[in-house]
Each structure stands twice: as structure tokens, then as C-alpha cells.
Write a protein that binds this ligand. Structure first.
Ligand code: NAD
Length: 506
């Protein structure tokens, strides 16, 4: 893709946000931001070079000592203020998300609400940071532990949740006393800038929350900058692996959440109408551009024909179009994403899948040249087809047919991803066995998109997460702090004297 120059267009040029104010990009490199429902270019985004990244990290580093030493009472008050402002203005943020990502407004509002949950969790940081204390561990010796912030936290986010995914991390990072450089996806940059201005309004000191726009050059600069202490990444698996390997090689603490292929198992005893409703919701919500979307439905036993019929009927009723209209499903994020998804449907057909509902022929409620593909249902998919092996990240639901629970489990456990999964059944014993045996980080029992609440932690297994720590919840607090243990003795003259032996407790 040719990088547009500044003079190509009259659309606005989006800036970075550093030390509490907008900063105009100077690299001379730009990418286009589009409205996926119309295909229009709505802005140019200045992409940072390594010097601009270094200057942003330096601003965050400068802000760190004062923010770290700001009392928990003051920090918490700012978080509460941020929460109140976001509550009052959530609709504005939802509109920004719809205009750049394409998801329908109600879905965008839902994303903001799930992000807000993490802000609310972080409002309790004073409790979450409490250490422990022991009196008289040895005679006259006390021990206590504290958790302290690390410094500059880099957050690198994907296009599919412009607000929620950054909010998995920054409320906790900031509450714990770190400062943040957020590098949002270049496809959906405006939400991050809007959030930066909300933080300023909430009273956050300049430099505590910064936004650096850019692509691989900015990411590489963050991964190698010695002043960046933690990296929280969310995106596709190959980039997540690269970020994890590069960041850890440069001494950083890294959590890198990757791609997914989420299976929904339907056992023969399940309520098939409920299962069909949920398969449609989880397969086609946000046009399948969710890391927790169901993309493979594993039908067990002789229910497959009935279940596929029920899903097909529901999928055909969905209205696809501009997310600002009363539609169920919006467009894909870019023309490339649309072409990629259509390519997969063609490949599925070629490789022997049956196209039961064909999103290429869907009626679209939108003006202009948006990037639409309607809901698509493929049946008789097998584990060697590319529609199964690859993460499509579009509104394509593949049905695999198996005879037994064991075969369904085997399909999931052999898959290299392990983000989310769900089982639909009325048999508690089968569900319990599944939660125990399945090798996936987040499991739903009659819940198709089991995104944990903020006080639990979000994260997958296998190729869906690199690093030891999941996002938010207590694992998030641990990621953004490090432990210190203090051993104290208040001396009196009886403690005088030399002793070179290893300290022993008495
Ligand atoms: P992406 O990997 O293309 O981009 C993610 C981020 O990495 C962006 O900020 C981007 O600018 C940056 N980036 C892109 N190419 C890079 C490179 N070569 N080197 C360094 N940085 C680079 O992902 P995306 O298309 O924006 O998002 C969709 C992907 O994210 C899907 O695979 C989806 O499953 C995944 N995702 C995972 C989760 C999860 O929790 N596991 C959540 C949301 C999205």
C-alpha cells in the first residue's frame, strides 16, 4: 500500500498525545483511516518514527516518579473521576468505535461497558495493593511485603476492540502507579486520543497517559527502549510471538495475547434452539471480528442436520449494514479484510465444504462502498480445510460433525489455539468433564462468549497467549507491580557486635 503524503488529501491528520497535549507527527509517514461502512477515508494518521517513540517514552518516564509517589487516595479519586466521565460520555466513544471499526452501535457500547468494568476494578487498587506483615519473625524483627509499580508500561492494541482491549490494561497500570504509552491499532486510532483527553479532564497529571500512533517501527522502538518496563500486547499470533520474544530479549516483562480459533461443542441433549441462538450471536456478532468469536461449531451425534437448519434460518434473518443504522452486523474493518474473508469462503467451497448461507450474496443496508460480507455458514468442514486451520476473523461459522464427545474434545485439544471455548448441554456431568479436560484458557458452559468479568483474568492457552500473566484481575495487578519484602529491626545496644554468619531466625 502506498503511504499517502500529507498533501494528498484534505482530511484531518491525527496526532500523537504526549505529556498532556497533542503532538504533530514529524516522520512524514501516514496511513489512512477509513469508515468501513462507506469505504471513505476519514483521516490520515501520522506514524511515529523511532525518535518520536523515544520522546514519548521519555515523557512517560519523566512523569513516573511523581505519579508513583502520589498517594493512593489521590490516585483513586482520579480513577473515580475518569469512571464518572466515561459513564456520562460513553455514547461518544461508542460512535467513534462504530465509525472506525464498523461494529454496530449497541455492540460498541457493550465494548465500552466491558472496559469500564476494569476501571471499576482498578478503583479498588488500595485494597489490591495491600501487602502482608509479620511481627516478630525473629526476635525483635518484623517483615512486611509491598508491591510497587515498575515504570513505563507500553500497551499495543489490535483493531477489533479500540477501547476495551486498552482498558484491560491501562486502568490497572495507572492505578498501580505506572505511566503508560498506548500504541493503538493504526486502523482505529481515535478512541485512544479521546480517552487521553478524558484522562486529562479527570485530573491525571500530564505524561501519565500518552498515545503514540504508529506501526511496526513504533512497536519495535517500544520493545527495545530500555525505559519501557512492561509490554502488554494483543493481536495476531505471529506478531504476539514476535513481541514476546523481542520484548523479553530486551529485559521486559511481556504479556502477549494472540489469535484464536474458538470451538462451540453442542452435545445431543442440548436445547437446540438455545444453541442455535447462541451460535449465531457468537459467530456473527461484531462480524466475527472478536478474539472470543465462535468460528467452529462441533455438532456431536445425530443433531447436526437439525442444528444447521436452525442456525441457517437465524443467520438469514440477520440485517447486515451500516453500524449506525438498525442492523445486527456491520462491515469488516478494511477492504483487505473483506477480500481475505471472501477468499476463505471460496477456499472452503473448493476444499469440499457446503456453503449453507452465503454472505457474499447478502443484502446490505449501507451507502457507498463499504467492506461488507454477510453471515456465512459452512457445513461439513473438516480439520484439514483452511477455513478450519486458519483464523478467518470474519462472519464465517464452520460446522464440524463428529460422533462422540471424545472426538469433539480431541478436535479442540489438537488445535494450536486455546483462547475460548463453550459446551452446550443439559448434562452437568458432561459439562464438568469438559471444563476439566479441555485445554483452553476460558470456558463457557451454555455461555458462548465466556469473557471473564474484570476481577477474574482474561487470557488463553497455547498459541493464544505468550507470557505467564493474563490480563486484568489479580494477575493484572501482579503484572503491573513487583513484590518487595522488607525485614526490619529497630536497633538497641544489645544488638551490637560482629557476626559474619548467614542471618538465622531466633
Ligand atoms: P495485528 O497483529 O495485525 O496488530 C496488533 C498490533 O500490532 C497493532 O497495534 C499493530 O499496529 C501492531 N503490528 C502489526 N504488525 C506488526 C509487526 N509486523 N510488528 C510489530 N507490530 C505490529 O492484529 P489486528 O489485526 O489488529 O487484530 C486482530 C487479531 O488480534 C486477531 O488475531 C485476534 O484474534 C487478535 N486478538 C486477540 C485477543 C486476545 O485476547 N487473545 C483480543 C483481541 C484481538
Amino acid at each position: 500500500m502506498v503511504t499517502p503524503t500529507r498533501t494528498d488529501t484534505s482530511v484531518p491528520i491525527l496526532t500523537h498525545w504526549v505529556a498532556g497535549k497533542p503532538v504533530i507527527g514529524t516522520s512524514g509517514r501516514y496511513s489512512e483511516v477509513t469508515n468501513p461502512a462507506t469505504g471513505e477515508v476519514t483521516a490520515l494518521l501520522a506514524l511515529a518514527d523511532a525518535d518520536e517513540a523515544a520522546a514519548t517514552v521519555a515523557a512517560a518516564k519523566d512523569a513516573f516518579p511523581a505519579w508513583r509517589d502520589t498517594s493512593l487516595a489521590k490516585r483513586t479519586r482520579i480513577l473515580f473521576k475518569f469512571r464518572e466521565l466515561l459513564d456520562a460520555r460513553a455514547g461518544e466513544l461508542a460512535e467513534i468505535i462504530t465509525d472506525e471499526h464498523g461494529k454496530v452501535l449497541s455492540d460498541a457500547a457493550g465494548e465500552v461497558a466491558r472496559g469500564q468494568e476494569v476501571v471499576e476494578f482498578a478503583c479498588g487498587i488500595a485494597h489490591l495493593l495491600k501487602g502482608s506483615a509479620t511481627e516478630n519473625a525473629s526476635t525483635g524483627v518484623d517483615v512486611h511485603s509491598v508491591r510497587q509499580p515498575l515504570g513505563v508500561a507500553a500497551i499495543i492494541s489490535p483493531f477489533n476492540f479500540p477501547a476495551m482491549v486498552p482498558m484491560w490494561f491501562f486502568p490497572i497500570a495507572i492505578a498501580a502507579g505506572n505511566t503508560v504509552v498506548l500504541k493503538p491499532s493504526e486502523k482505529v486510532p481515535t478512541a485512544a486520543r479521546w480517552i487521553a483527553e478524558l484522562w486529562r479532564e479527570a485530573g491525571l497529571p500530564d505524561g501519565v497517559f500518552n498515545v503514540l500512533n504508529g506501526d511496526k517501527i513504533a512497536v519495535d522502538a517500544l520493545l527495545t527502549d530500555p525505559d519501557v518496563k512492561t509490554v502488554s500486547f494483543v493481536g495476531s499470533t505471529p506478531i504476539a510471538r514476535y513481541v514476546y520474544e523481542t520484548g523479553t530479549a530486551h529485559g521486559k516483562r511481556v504479556q502477549a495475547l494472540g489469535g484464536a480459533k474458538n470451538h462451540m461443542v453442542v452435545l445431543p441433549d442440548a436445547d437446540l434452539d438455545l444453541a442455535a441462538d447462541q451460535a449465531v450471536n457468537a459467530g456473527f456478532g461484531s462480524a466475527g471480528e472478536r478474539c472470543m468469536a465462535i468460528s467452529a461449531l462441533v455438532a456431536v451425534g445425530d443433531i447436526a442436520d437439525t442444528l444447521v437448519g436452525k442456525i441457517a434460518q437465524r443467520a438469514r434473518e440477520l440485517r447486515t449494514g451500516d453500524g449506525r443504522r438498525s442492523c445486527d452486523m456491520g462491515p469488516l474493518v478494511t477492504r483487505e479484510a473483506q477480500d481475505r474473508v471472501i477468499g476463505y469462503i471460496q477456499a472452503g467451497e473448493r476444499e469440499g465444504a457446503t456453503v449453507v448461507v452465503d454472505g457474499r450474496k447478502a443484502e446490505i443496508d449501507a451507502d457507498g462502498k463499504g467492506f461488507f460480507v454477510g453471515p456465512t455458514l459452512l457445513d461439513y468442514v473438516t480439520t484439514d480445510m483452511t477455513v478450519y486451520t486458519d483464523e478467518i476473523f470474519g462472519p464465517v461459522l464452520s460446522v464440524l460433525r463428529v460422533d462422540t464427545y471424545e472426538q469433539a474434545l480431541d478436535v479442540i485439544n489438537r488445535n494450536p489455539y486455546g483462547n475460548g471455548t463453550a459446551i452446550f448441554t443439559n448434562d452437568g456431568g458432561a459439562a464438568r468433564r469438559f471444563q476439566n479436560e479441555v485445554e483452553v484458557g476460558m470456558v463457557g458452559i451454555n455461555v458462548p462468549v465466556p469473557v471473564p468479568v474484570a476481577y477474574y483474568s482474561f487470557g488463553g492457552w497455547k498459541n493464544s497467549l505468550f507470557g505467564d500473566t493474563h490480563a486484568h484481575g489479580t494477575e493484572g495487578v501482579h503484572f503491573f507491580t513487583r513484590g518487595k519484602v522488607v525485614t526490619t529491626r529497630w536497633l538497641d545496644p544489645s544488638h551490637a557486635g560482629l557476626n559474619l554468619g548467614f542471618p538465622q531466625n531466633a
